[in-house]
Design a protein around this ligand. Structure first.
Ligand SMILES: Nc1nc2c(ncn2[C@@H]2O[C@H](COP(=O)(O)OP(=O)(O)OP(=O)(O)O)[C@@H](O)[C@H]2O)c(=O)[nH]1
Ligand SMILES: [Mg+2]
Length: 367
C-alpha cells in the first residue's frame, strides 16, 4: 500500500468509528498513525528529486517571503504582475503557471519576496498536479496569500486549508501550550492548569504510546484537542504561518455580494485586474509579517529614516542588527545606544542580546 492509500484507509476507519469512552484509545491511536503518515508525505515533498521539480528551488531574497496559493485561474499571476511589476504569464486557461515565479516588492523600506505558485487542486498534498512542490514552497514562506476567486464557491477555501493542514502547516494559529518532557522511566504523568474538556486520558495515552513516549511529563496549559497534542509532539515538522485570504475579481460581482464576503476572517477583497484595494492588501501583509524597522544613526549625526534595516520579529536582537549591516561589526562591538520603544531611557546603552522594536533608532559604538 502506498502512503496515500494507507492514509485513505485510516481516514475511512475513523469515519466509521463512533467517538465514545470505549473507542477513545483506538481513535487517538489512529490520529497519531495518520499524523505519522502525513509526515512521510511532507518529507517526500520537500526532498525534491522526484518528478518535475525544476524551478521550485527559488533563491530567497529579501527579509521575508509571501507565497501565493490558490486554485488555477483565480488571478495569482495577475496579482504578482500588478504588485511587483514582474512578468508572470497570466491567461484565461487553467495551469498557466507551472513553476515558482519570484517577484520582489519594496514596502516601507523592506524588500519582500513574492512567490507566484502554480494552481493547486484537491489532493495536492498527496501529489496531484504540482501540489507537492507548491506545498513544499509554501512551508518556507513567512506569509501565505490564499487567493480565491469571488465567483467560485467558498468550498475552495476549505479545500486549500485542508491541503495545507495535512502537511503540517498551521494557518493563523499559535503553537499549543503543551510542554512535554521525556524521561528515562516513570510512565506518563499528565498535569493540567486548565480543565481539559476536549481530550480524555485514554486519547492522551494512545497518542503517547503510538509515538513510543512511554515515560514523559506532559503539562497542558490550554484546553487542547488530540490534534493539538499531536502538534506539540510533532512541533519540529509543524509550520505556524499567518495567512491572508485574498478575495480576487470583485470587479465582477455586485456590492451586495461583496458585503457577504467581508464576513470571512483575515480577508481582503481586491481586483488585481483593476488594481482595486491593493493598498489594503499590502497594509494587511505588513501587519501580518510583523517586521521590525531599525534606523541607523551614525554617531553625532541624524538618523537615516530612508533606509531602515529590516529584521524579522523572531530575529531582531542588536546582534542580528549588526550582522545585517556587516559581518565584522559584532567583533568590534562595544555597546549600542538605542532610542525608541524597546528601551526605558532615551538613549539607553545596551549589549548584543537586547531585543529591538519597530522604529527604534540605533548607534553602534565600536571598541
Ligand atoms: N474580472 C477579473 N478577472 C481577473 C482578475 N484577475 C485575474 N483575472 C483573469 O483571470 C484569468 C486567470 O488569471 P491568472 O493570473 O493567469 O490566474 P492564476 O491564478 O495565475 O492561474 P494559474 O497560473 O493557472 O494557476 C485571466 O484571464 C485574468 O485576466 C480580476 O481581478 N478580475
Ligand atoms: Mg498563474
Amino acid at each position: 500500500m502506498s502512503t496515500v492509500e494507507k492514509i485513505k484507509a485510516i481516514e475511512a476507519e475513523m469515519a466509521k468509528t463512533q467517538k465514545n469512552k470505549a473507542t477513545n484509545f483506538h481513535l487517538g491511536q489512529l490520529k497519531a498513525k495518520l499524523a505519522k503518515l502525513r509526515k512521510e508525505l511532507i518529507s517526500s515533498a520537500s526532498g525534491g528529486g522526484s518528478g518535475p521539480g525544476i524551478g521550485f528551488d527559488v533563491a530567497k531574497t529579501g527579509v521575508a517571503s509571501v507565497g501565493y496559493v490558490g486554485f488555477p485561474s483565480v488571478g495569482k499571476s495577475t496579482l504578482l504582475n500588478k504588485l511587483t511589476g514582474t512578468h508572470s504569464e497570466a491567461a484565461e486557461y487553467e495551469f498557466t503557471t507551472l513553476t515558482t515565479v519570484p517577484g520582489v516588492i519594496k514596502y516601507k523600506g523592506a524588500k519582500i519576496q513574492m512567490l507566484d505558485l502554480p494552481g493547486i487542486i484537491e489532493g495536492a498534498n498527496s501529489g496531484r498536479g504540482r501540489g507537492k512542490q507548491v506545498i513544499a514552497v509554501s512551508r518556507t514562506c513567512n506569509l501565505i496569500f490564499i487567493v480565491l476567486d469571488v465567483n467560485k464557491p467558498l468550498i475552495h477555501k476549505e479545500i486549500i486549508e485542508k491541503e495545507l493542514e495535512g502537511v503540517g502547516i498551521r494557518l493563523n494559529k499559535v503553537p499549543p501550550d503543551i510542554i512535554i518532557k521525556k524521561k528515562e522511566r516513570g510512565g506518563v504523568n499528565i498535569t493540567n492548569t486548565v480543565p481539559l474538556t476536549r481530550l480524555d486520558k485514554d486519547e492522551i495515552r494512545a497518542v503517547m504510546s503510538e509515538y513510543r513516549l512511554n515515560s514523559a511529563d506532559i503539562a497542558f496549559r490550554c484546553d487542547a484537542t488530540v490534534d493539538d497534542l499531536i502538534d506539540a509532539i510533532e512541533i519540529k515538522t509543524r509550520r505556524y504561518i499567518p495567512a491572508v485570504y485574498v478575495l480576487n475579481k470583485i470587479d465582477s460581482i455586485s456590492i451586495e455580494e461583496l458585503e457577504l464576503l467581508y464576513k470571512i476572517e483575515n480577508c481582503v477583497p481586491i481586483s488585481s485586474k483593476e488594481g482595486w484595494n491593493l493598498d489594503d492588501l499590502l497594509e494587511m501583509m505588513w501587519d501580518r509579517l510583523n517586521l521590525v524597522r531599525v534606523y541607523t544613526k551614525p554617531k553625532g549625526k541624524l538618523p537615516d529614516f530612508d533606509e531602515p534595516v529590516v529584521l524579522r520579529s523572531d530575529r531582531c536582537s542588536i546582534e542580528d542588527f549588526c550582522n545585517q549591516i556587516h559581518k565584522s561589526l559584532v567583533a568590534d562591538f562595544k555597546t549600542a545606544a538605542v532610542y525608541g520603544s524597546s528601551v526605558k531611557h532615551q538613549p539607553q546603552y545596551v549589549g548584543l542580546s537586547h531585543i529591538l522594536k519597530d522604529e527604534d533608532v540605533v548607534t553602534i559604538l565600536k571598541k
